[in-house]
Design a protein around this ligand. Structure first.
Ligand code: ZN
Length: 64
């Protein structure tokens, strides 16, 4: 699954992050400068991706 990080403030997908990235690392939005722990942003991205997939499957299996 391809997880795309997204800034919760401005929606930008461009982040600055340390080379030794881990869940405790603080990543900073390149656009608005908001910073958050990588683990937190990743969790949000995973939740979003799951909701997207669930929505897709829901449509797929909704009887015709
Ligand atoms: Zn931002």
């Amino acid at each position: 699954m391809n997880i795309e990080l997204q800034c919760s403030k401005c929606g930008c997908k461009d982040f600055q992050h340390p080379d030794d990235l881990n869940d405790e690392s603080t990543i900073t939005c390149n656009d608005c400068g908001a910073s958050a722990p990588y683990g937190e942003v990743r969790e949000q991205a995973i939740t979003k991706a799951k909701e997207f997939i669930d929505g897709k499957l829901g449509n797929l299996f909704k009887g015709s």
